[in-house]
Design a protein around this ligand. Structure first.
Ligand SMILES: NC(=O)c1ccc[n+]([C@@H]2O[C@H](COP(=O)([O-])OP(=O)(O)OC[C@H]3O[C@@H](n4cnc5c(N)ncnc54)[C@H](O)[C@@H]3O)[C@@H](O)[C@H]2O)c1
Length: 327
């Protein structure tokens, strides 16, 4: 079984590659190692796989049709796992065209090349951001009508889902879009809250937090997300959209998150509170009953356990990196 993974050098991608290789599968990764965050971190994510005969890495941009075509022609994958994207809500407001270019046009390039290479099914990374500002209607269900997106990033992921649905209609190849909810754990992107907070608190610096501390997120541990992704790869069904959240009943406030990080690190945070950021939504929470029923998705990791794992990883691997690579 061969799987092509776009964005396989990233946070979620590298965990998926590890899990697929551990099952004895063949994995082809395409990733441009761009500098949204330090490419050194992405290279480090790939290092453990480099000697594995079942692993192939190609550095290329998913918008480069020729390179993507060659990649799929060489890989001839049975399955596509499309994770490559410009991630991050706030930076998408600075450069919407880049986000649409990579997340929308890039997706269409990838799906076409995958179809031509004879792929049998596809799983694509969507996001809780497609729901926009929905604090009045928790938890989010896949069947919810979607209003205006709160950011170009959210809109780009919604457009990606529309493209995937059209691709499935036209080609008959099953496609599954997974809406991830604030995924965290070892190798988490350095621009995300938990990673940022741990980094500054470990250094004894003040952390910048936005809003009044009451914003809420459905933090989901990476190992649970990866199990959901593998289950989606193993169970293609026409066209599907699934929420992959934590399964908790109430999402976690920013204040409670910071308090838990303080407890895990044994350090008191100095907090510089700043106004709510444009693009950020006030709350997210997934209804995961569809993924539970159809994929057997069953997240088990508590935030306490997940933070312990993150901090352990951070202390073992990050503290000695040069400062410019840490952030
Ligand atoms: N981490 C989360 O909480 C979260 C939540 C919702 C959705 N997602 C989605 O999941 C996917 C993975 O997210 P992540 O947190 O691992 O991010 P990440 O930035 O660590 O991984 C994305 C990878 O894609 C690569 N990439 C980006 N643009 C590319 C291009 N033009 N060509 C080739 N490769 C390119 C990057 O170099 C990176 O290695 C993304 O699609 C993201 O939008 C993530």
């Amino acid at each position: 079984m061969t799987t092509a993974v776009t964005g396989g050098a990233g946070f979620i991608g590298s965990h998926c590659v590890r899990a697929l290789l551990a099952r004895g599968e063949r994995v082809f990764v395409i990733d441009d190692l761009n500098n949204y965050y330090a490419p050194e971190i992405k290279k480090e994510n790939l290092t453990p796989f480099l000697g594995n005969p079942n692993f192939t890495f190609v550095q290329a941009d998913i918008r480069d049709r020729a390179a993507v075509g060659e990649f799929f022609a060489a890989a001839k994958p049975a399955r596509l796992l499309h994770l490559a994207a410009r991630a991050g809500v706030r930076p998408s407001i600075e450069d919407p065209a880049l986000y649409y270019d990579v997340n929308v046009t890039g997706t269409s390039v990838v799906l076409e090349a995958a179809r031509r290479a004879g792929v049998k099914s596809a799983v694509l990374a969507s996001s809780s951001s497609v729901y926009g500002e929905r604090s009045d209607n928790q938890p989010f269900r896949e069947s919810d009508e979607l209003g205006a997106s709160s950011s170009p990033y959210g809109a780009s992921k919604r457009l990606m889902e529309i493209i995937a649905a059209e691709w499935r209609e036209r080609t008959g190849i099953p496609a599954t879009c997974l809406r991830f909810f604030t995924v965290y754990g070892p190798a988490q992107r350095p621009d995300m809250a938990i990673h940022k907070f741990v980094r500054v608190m470990e250094k004894g610096e003040a952390l910048t937090a936005y809003g009044n501390g009451e914003s809420r997120r459905d933090y989901t541990y990476i190992a649970d997300t990866v199990r959901g992704i593998l289950a989606a790869l193993d169970n293609p069904r026409d066209f599907r959209v699934y929420n992959l959240g934590s399964g908790r009943e109430k999402s976690v406030t920013l204040k409670d998150l910071i308090a838990l990080i303080e407890k895990t690190l044994g350090v008191r945070a100095r907090i510089d509170w700043q106004p709510f950021q444009p693009g950020d939504v006030s709350a997210t929470l997934a209804d995961i009953s569809l993924a539970r029923a159809e994929l057997g998705y069953d997240p088990t990791t508590t935030l306490e356990e997940g933070l312990e794992e993150f901090v352990k990883w951070y202390r073992e691997t990050r503290l000695d990196l040069p400062r410019e690579i840490q952030s």
